[in-house]
Design a protein around this ligand. Structure first.
Ligand code: SF4
Length: 322
C-alpha cells in the first residue's frame, strides 16, 4: 500500500433543529462516526442509497460543511483545526467536482473567467501565465480555445462537466472529491467523462474520492469501495472482492440489483423490505435490522462495529463477527 493521503476519523455531522409545538430538538444524524483512509493514487468510491450521508461526508472532508466532530488529516495535518489562512493553502490540494456542473458554474462568467478565479485566489503566476494555464487545461479536458469566451449555458451537459473538472484540476490538486459527477449525464457521455477522469488520474497522479449511487459506474473506476447505510460505513473492500463476494447483507442486496451483461447468468435479486429509516430517528442496535433478511435478536440492541474480516475487507455485522 502506498502512502496515506487522507485519514478521516470519527467524522460526524449532526444537524440539530427545533421542531414541534414545544420546540423539541430534533437531531438528524447525516454522518455518524466515519473512519476512512485514502492512499496516494487510489480511487475510493462511496456508495449507498440516496440520503445515506455520502455527499455530506464528501463535503465535510473538504469543510464545505463544518463537521460536528471527528478529524480529517490531510498529509498528516488535521484540517478541522486549521485557521482560514492554513485551510485556504491546503484547499489548493483538495478540490471538489459537483454533480450539477451547471449549478456550480457562474452563469454570468465566461469559461475563461471561471478558470482564472482559482489561479487569482491562490495568486498563481502573472496574467499571461494564468492565461496559458487556462488554455492548456482546456486542451487537457478536450475543449478548445474557441470555447473560452463562451458562457456555461452555451455548452452541453458533458462539456459543462469538463469545465467543472478543468476548474478542479487547474490548481493541480492531489485529491479530488467527485460527488455524483456523471449522474446528470447521458450514458454515452458518462463513459467519456469517466474515461477522461481515469486518464487525468494517471497523468496528474490524482487520488479520488468518488461518490455515487450507481454501482455500475463505481465498478468501472474504483480501486476500493465503501458502502454506507444511514451515515455509517457498513463494508469497505477492494473492488474485486466486493463485487465478486459481498459480505454485508446490505451490500449483497445493493449488488443483487446491478444488471449483469451475461444473459445466461442467473442472479437472484434480494428485495429489501420497507423504506430507509429516517436519520433523525435511526433504529437501535444495527440500523439495518429493520430491513435485514438475516436480523436476529441481538441486532436490535447491539450496534455492530466496523472490523477487519480479511486484509482487504472490513465489515460491520454480527453475523460475520459473532
Ligand atoms: Fe443484519 Fe444483524 Fe448483520 Fe445488521 S448486524 S446486517 S441486522 S445480521
Amino acid at each position: 500500500m502506498s502512502e496515506t493521503l487522507l485519514e478521516v476519523k470519527g467524522l460526524t455531522k449532526h444537524y440539530v433543529s427545533k421542531k414541534g409545538l414545544w420546540g423539541a430538538k430534533k437531531t438528524v444524524r447525516a454522518v455518524n462516526g466515519i473512519d476512512l483512509t485514502l492512499y496516494n493514487g487510489e480511487v475510493v468510491s462511496i456508495v449507498g442509497e440516496s440520503g445515506c450521508g455520502k455527499s455530506t461526508l464528501g463535503r465535510c472532508v473538504l469543510r464545505l460543511i463544518e463537521p460536528s466532530a471527528g478529524s480529517v488529516h490531510f498529509e498528516g495535518s488535521n484540517i478541522l483545526e486549521m485557521d482560514n489562512k492554513s485551510l485556504r493553502a491546503v484547499k489548493r490540494d483538495m478540490q471538489f467536482v459537483f454533480q450539477d456542473p451547471y449549478a456550480s458554474l457562474n452563469p454570468r462568467s465566461t469559461v475563461e473567467d471561471i478558470l482564472m478565479v482559482p489561479l487569482e485566489v491562490h495568486r498563481i503566476g502573472d496574467k499571461i501565465e494564468r492565461r496559458q494555464k487556462v488554455q492548456r487545461m482546456m486542451d487537457i479536458v478536450g475543449l478548445s480555445k474557441q470555447h473560452l469566451k463562451r458562457y456555461p449555458h452555451e455548452f452541453s451537459g458533458g462539456q459543462r462537466q469538463r469545465i467543472g473538472i478543468a476548474r478542479a484540476l487547474i490548481l493541480q490538486p492531489k485529491l479530488i472529491i467527485a460527488d455524483e459527477p456523471v449522474s446528470a449525464l447521458d450514458v454515452s457521455v458518462q463513459a467519456q467523462i469517466l474515461n477522461l477522469m481515469q486518464d487525468l488520474k494517471e497523468e496528474f497522479k490524482l487520488t479520488y474520492m468518488f461518490i455515487s449511487h450507481d454501482l455500475s459506474v463505481v465498478r468501472h473506476i474504483s480501486d476500493r469501495v465503501a458502502v454506507m447505510y444511514l451515515g455509517k460505513i457498513v463494508e469497505i473492500a477492494d473492488k474485486n472482492s466486493l463485487y465478486s463476494d459481498p459480505q454485508h447483507p446490505y451490500t449483497k442486496a445493493l449488488l443483487s440489483s446491478v444488471p449483469v451483461p451475461d444473459p445466461e447468468a442467473k442472479k437472484e435479486r434480494i428485495l429489501l423490505e420497507g423504506d430507509v429509516p429516517s436519520p433523525s430517528n435511526p433504529p437501535s442496535g444495527c440500523t439495518f435490522h429493520t430491513r435485514c433478511p438475516f436480523a436476529f435478536e441481538a441486532c436490535k440492541t447491539v450496534e455492530p462495529t466496523l472490523k477487519p474480516l480479511s486484509d482487504e475487507r472490513m465489515v460491520a455485522c454480527h453475523l460475520l463477527h459473532p
